[in-house]
Design a protein around this ligand. Structure first.
Ligand SMILES: [Zn+2]
Length: 140
């Protein structure tokens, strides 16, 4: 049943009710690419391009400023894994260099591409959760 049928008034003439949203964990909405407020709308418009606003709850995504954060996390995590694996392979197996490049090259690219979007989504959801924004001077 639509909301129109219950109130008897068209939606445009009713006073706008401010809907409240319970806080959602950033670990569930962000990595899934969902809106940090409602958890339903899509956060991304492309692979890493964020949408202008949530199509479900209307949250304006202008506040988003993840900067270099996702890339730094990807560099540190993937670097740790790939360099660790390279060292382990060298100590245990000593494969030829071409084979190491054949294994580690695609692994590095695959891990980086696989992790960047969930990490960006998570950082955006954390930014929303913590209400993080640039510092401003309040006028007295
Ligand atoms: Zn939303």
């Amino acid at each position: 049943m639509s909301d129109n049928a219950t109130s008897g008034q068209p939606a445009a003439t009713r006073p706008a009710r401010k809907r409240t949203y319970p806080p959602l964990p950033a670990a569930s909405t962000g990595p899934a690419g969902r809106c940090p407020r409602c958890g339903e709308g899509r956060l991304f418009d492309g692979f890493l391009q964020t949408a202008d606003s949530c199509k479900v709850c209307g949250l304006d995504f202008k506040f988003i400023d993840s900067g270099d954060g996702p890339a730094v996390f990807v560099i540190l995590i993937v670097g740790f894994l790939v360099v660790g694996l390279a060292l382990l392979m060298e100590v245990l197996w000593q494969p030829p260099l071409w084979l190491q490049m054949l294994i580690l090259g695609p692994l590095t690219i695959g891990l980086s591409l696989g992790m960047i979007r969930p990490l960006k989504g998570w950082l955006i959801a954390r930014q929303y959760e913590m209400k993080a924004a640039e510092g401003r001077v309040e006028e007295a």
